[in-house]
Design a protein around this ligand. Structure first.
Ligand code: C5P
Length: 396
């Protein structure tokens, strides 16, 4: 049985500066702690005007540092001690003023001093009014700190606290968590091109009715996200799914099995890895009615024809990428999955229980390759994705 946690606990120093987006830092700490990060919060005096240190202490489970002259740090040098114990620093929200301070290496409070004294990566999540963000001074500052090796997460566009609409909002806590996790992910797939199909397909009967299935796309989207975190260049061919589209991934929408086949074949030649996660309909109505079929008392007969098996076709290409399939079964799981692996000529197949996997946030799967079965413990799909891609990276 493979172990569930692919990430060892990491220490993250979360700096909070003065901006209304500081309220989102509370949710961010909660998510980071839930994802096993050891979070140390440091706030500026201005941040304390927006959210209290008590809130951040309760959520992180640790005292919050604000003061340069804090005597509770044993060596009397909180800026050195705090930055040395962090694997990375994230400043969220990072105000326009704080960004300007980073440009000049100013160190007039604890957070700016420990950023200057750091020997670990620094990420910042800017948050400000859109005019402040667009101001040439801020843009110059952003260019400079990027050149200095600081990672800029966001900002997002949308409605702002001041009522204006535009670029400058801090990314949502969940997006920041994903980006921080991506930062810590070993870059096992750096330089690899990977194509993933995900979600259900929709085979239209008439303009308002379709044959589809219960696949949510969660597993395929999770694999796409983790592949990107691991450094791969990702193309996600998405069938029907209501999930939020992941940032920074090349997404092609293809709802029918035929549209998915065409999209895959058009782009697959340059791929190193192909993972068929989509629940592709095996059949489609032989004819698609242009007008809505009228209700009638007599029996409705729909003639059905076969769809192409996308995965099998990709796997039989002369220079096929490394192909991985998913086998969702309700009975004889491993036996049927292994038979599918042979029939489709795949080096690896993921066997999962169709009764529990579809639509769920968690999955428990078994990886089947030429060396046998590798069961993974039940875990969130994002974690299963990490272990699957680590396994693929090992096989490659
Ligand atoms: O044969 P079965 O449909 O169970 O195989 C499932 C695997 O094959 C999945 O990886 C799925 O994405 C892929 N598949 C496909 N095209 C089809 C049917 C299945 O790519 N028409």
């Amino acid at each position: 049985m493979q172990k569930n946690k692919s990430l060892a606990p990491k220490s993250l120093l979360l700096g909070i500066t003065g901006g209304i987006a500081a309220y989102k830092a509370a949710e961010l700490v909660r998510l980071l702690v839930k994802a096993d990060f050891d979070v140390q919060v440091v706030m500026t005096q201005a941040a304390c005007q927006f959210i209290t240190p008590v809130t951040m202490q309760a959520l992180s489970g640790k005292p919050v540092f604000i003061d340069m002259w804090d005597s509770s740090i044993s060596n009397g040098m909180p800026h050195i001690e705090l930055s040395r114990s962090a694997d990375a620093i994230l400043v969220a929200p990072a105000s326009a003023d704080f960004i300007a301070k980073l440009v000049h290496g100013r160190a007039d409070d604890l957070l700016s001093t420990l950023c200057l004294a750091r020997d670990c990566p620094l990420m910042i999540a800017p948050a400000m009014n859109k005019q402040m963000w667009e101001n040439p001074a801020t843009q110059r500052n952003i260019t400079q700190i990027q050149a200095d090796g600081i990672s800029i997460l966001g900002p997002d566009s949308g409605e702002q606290a001041c009522g204006e609409i535009g670029l400058g909002r801090m990314l949502e806590a969940e997006d920041l968590l994903n980006l921080v996790e991506a930062h810590f992910q070993p870059k096992l797939l750096l330089g690899k091109k990977i194509m993933i199909t995900a979600g259900a397909t929709l085979e239209m009967i008439d303009p308002v009715r379709a044959i589809t299935n219960l696949s949510s796309g969660k597993m395929g989207y999770a694999i796409a996200q983790v592949a990107q975190e691991m450094g791969a260049e990702v193309t996600l061919i998405s069938g029907a799914s209501t999930l939020k589209l992941p940032l920074g991934i090349n997404i092609i929408q293809a709802t029918s099995a035929d549209a998915m086949y065409q999209s895959v074949m058009q782009h697959v030649a340059k791929q190193d890895i192909f993972i068929g996660v989509a629940a592709v309909a095996d059949y489609r109505p032989a004819t698609q009615h242009i007008e809505k079929i009228k209700k009638s008392k007599s029996l409705l007969t729909i003639e059905i024809s076969h769809n192409k098996d996308i995965l099998a076709e990709v796997a039989s290409l002369p220079s096929a990428p490394f192909c991985v399939g998913f086998a969702a079964e309700t009975e004889n799981l491993l036996e049927y999955a292994e038979a599918k692996r042979h029939a489709k000529k795949l080096p690896l197949i993921v066997a999962n229980d169709a009764n529990t996997a579809l639509g769920s946030d968690e999955n428990s799967v078994t990886l089947l390759d030429k060396n046998g079965a590798h069961p993974l413990l039940k875990a969130p799909k994002i974690e299963i994705a990490r272990q699957l891609l680590q396994h693929i990276a090992n096989m490659l």
